[in-house]
Design a protein around this ligand. Structure first.
Ligand SMILES: Cc1ncc(C[n+]2csc(CCOP(=O)(O)OP(=O)(O)O)c2C)c(N)n1
Length: 581
């Protein structure tokens, strides 16, 4: 790693002779493969941008020039070239380097959102800002993938950027032909036609300058193109053609996803995603009207078995959550029952579409929110800690949080049976765990543990019921408290059965891994107040702060959402003195 370890920042890179760049690229790839193989992360995308990132940092002078990475999952090489190579081993670990650009890490990181397709809007704003403040010596540059270019925000931004083509900015299009999967639709087809020289660039037709297609693994060619783009002093697209996973055979040979995102080595287990994916196949067999939709995440949301069984009934709409949700509404109007599979955090994108285009029309669309709650190593933007707050404001939506695999299947069936408006299921990125049987059911509410003495009622949601039961057991044996634990299954709107049950308690504790503001517990508290119940409701959830990247278990514990944390909160709620160990 002689070259790599000699670089403390981009100026060192600019000082290297051209002959050093090939060996440097090899060193970077070697380190990526070694480190990301252990930490997990976005291996394929970063292997594909090694030369592109070298060329960018040799031509543009960050941080004077502002380089914006769309999504940011492909910024590991940028991190290595901006002084963070030694820390790469801490990638995505608690306290270590983020898997996305992060302002706290470096003055070279401007944008850290990790939600796709925003870069051209940032670019438009930065370019306007430079123009208005007279910063003519500074360049605004965005790197956007062909997958991210399927997102509507990119086209809203291009409408403005190409509408003022004399305002300088550089769009580096990193075209590897893929999102996770091959890029869908007309954007993918047009870029393929440009690669083979069979089309006139749409970018030119709408007013942008266009350079390319350029071999995105030829540093000298890209440096020349970037210089030309910079010197044009106009809005310009540089079309670089790269190979995702280049230089690592297992990634290049991975036909499904080119090792887009890999997990650290771990013992095999059945995840919530797997369990959902398997049940969708049987639902598909029984119900021909059920179709599945995904915004460029067919594999990651567990839909591959459904896609294999019913290829005509699965739709990848591109990185286009807003469009996906309203398109699902259209399918429901046409008599289908769409199941929209999306990560919880990306549902934020399509809130208005869910509210107005689905719920207002009482359309039968089921939303399956993977990665709900604490997600782990992807960090602040990926934790699914907002969905219950948003969903709680949507009239007529029913939300379920299965506690185990059996409930996941049961609730999914109940969801696709529901014809009067949207339904939502939420589950985390985790192993599905052992079944948690009910001892009783009151209406829709499962009773998981019933104590005759009514000191405390714990209302747990989803997989946190396991921790709630462990806490109840400790509180029973160590503190002599009578603790009943229930799982409402359908958690929003708060059911009358739950309100009636909770009315018999002075102390009600709710447990959820959503933000505490406006989530499940807050809805329970409001429902009990409206019913004139005497109970004090103690809401256990995530504080309304962006959560860092770390393992799910570590973050749940840090936020008091493990068994010990629940015990401590219940003790303080009932004013009990902890029994000696
Ligand atoms: C709004 C949103 N939806 C979905 C994702 C998940 N996601 C992360 S990267 C990615 C594919 C990006 O493809 P592309 O921009 O071509 O970059 P590449 O990985 O191919 O370099 C997707 C769908 C996301 N980050 N943001």
């Amino acid at each position: 790693m002689a070259y790599l370890s000699s670089l403390s920042g981009p100026s060192d890179l600019r000082a290297l002779p051209e002959s050093a760049l090939g060996p440097l690229a090899l060193e970077i790839r070697e380190r990526l493969i070694e480190v990301v193989g252990t930490t997990g992360g976005h291996l394929g995308p970063n292997l594909g941008v090694v030369e592109l990132t070298i060329a960018l940092h040799r031509v543009f002078e960050s941080p004077r020039d502002v380089i914006i990475w769309d999504t940011g999952h492909q910024s590991y090489v940028h991190k290595m070239l901006t002084g963070r190579s030694a820390q790469l081993t801490t990638l995505r670990q608690g306290g270590g380097l983020s898997g996305y650009p992060a302002q706290v890490e470096s003055e070279h990181d401007f944008v850290e959102n990790s939600h796709a397709s925003t870069s051209l809007s940032y670019l438009d704003g930065v370019a306007k800002g430079f123009a208005l403040t007279g910063a003519a010596d500074r360049c605004a540059v965005a790197v956007v993938g062909d997958g991210s270019l399927t997102g509507g925000m990119c086209w809203e931004a291009l409408n403005n950027i190409a509408g003022a083509p004399d305002r300088p900015c550089v769009i580096v299009l990193n075209d590897n032909g893929r999102s996770y999967a091959p890029t869908v639709g007309a954007v993918g087809a047009h870029l393929a036609a440009l690669r083979s020289g069979d089309a006139a660039p749409i970018f030119e037709q709408i007013g942008l300058a266009y350079l390319g297609p350029i071999d995105g693994h030829d540093v000298a060619a890209m440096e020349a193109a970037f210089r030309k783009a910079r010197d044009l002093s106009a809005a310009v697209v540089v079309h670089c053609v790269t190979t995702k996973g280049l230089g690592y055979a297992p990634a290049e040979n991975d036909e499904l996803e080119k090792m887009h995102a890999i997990s650290p080595p771990a013992p095999p287990s059945v995840t919530w995603t797997d369990a959902f994916g398997a049940e969708m196949v049987s639902i598909g067999a029984a119900r021909p009207e059920v179709v599945a939709l995904s915004a460029a995440m067919v594999g990651p949301t567990g839909l591959l078995p459904f896609a294999a069984a019913y290829p005509d009934r699965v739709f990848d709409l591109g990185i286009a959550e807003q469009h996906t949700v309203t398109s699902a509404a259209g399918m429901a109007i046409a008599g289908l029952h769409p199941v929209v599979c999306v990560y919880s955090t990306f549902l934020n994108r399509a809130f208005d579409q869910l509210l107005m285009d689905v719920a207002l029309h009482r359309l039968p669309v089921t939303f399956v929110l993977d990665r709900a709650g604490i997600t782990g190593s992807d960090g602040p933007s990926h934790h699914g800690m907002w969905d219950l707050t948003l969903l709680g404001t949507v009239p007529g939506v029913r939300v379920a949080a299965p506690r185990d695999g059996t409930q996941l299947c049961a609730l999914l069936h109940e969801a696709v049976d529901w014809a009067d408006g949207p339904t939502v299921l939420r589950f985390p990125k985790a192993s599905v765990g052992a079944a948690i049987p009910a001892v009783d059911r009151i209406g829709d509410v499962d009773v998981l543990r019933a104590d005759a003495s009514r000191d405390v009622l714990i209302v747990a949601t989803g997989p946190l019921t396991g921790a709630a039961l462990a806490a109840a057991s400790t509180l029973g044996t160590s503190d002599g408290l009578g603790v009943t634990v229930v799982d409402p299954r359908w958690i929003l709107p708060v059911s009358d059965d739950l309100v009636e049950l909770a009315s018999g308690y002075d102390t009600v504790v709710t447990v959820e891994d959503n933000g505490v503001h406006g989530g499940f517990g807050s809805a329970v508290a409001q429902a009990l107040r409206s019913a004139g119940a005497r109970a004090g409701v103690h809401v256990l959830g995530l504080p309304q702060r962006f959560q860092p990247h770390d393992a799910r278990a570590a973050l749940l514990a840090a936020n008091g959402l493990d068994a010990d944390g629940i015990v401590a909160r219940v003790r303080s709620a009932v004013g009990a003195v902890a029994a000696p160990a």
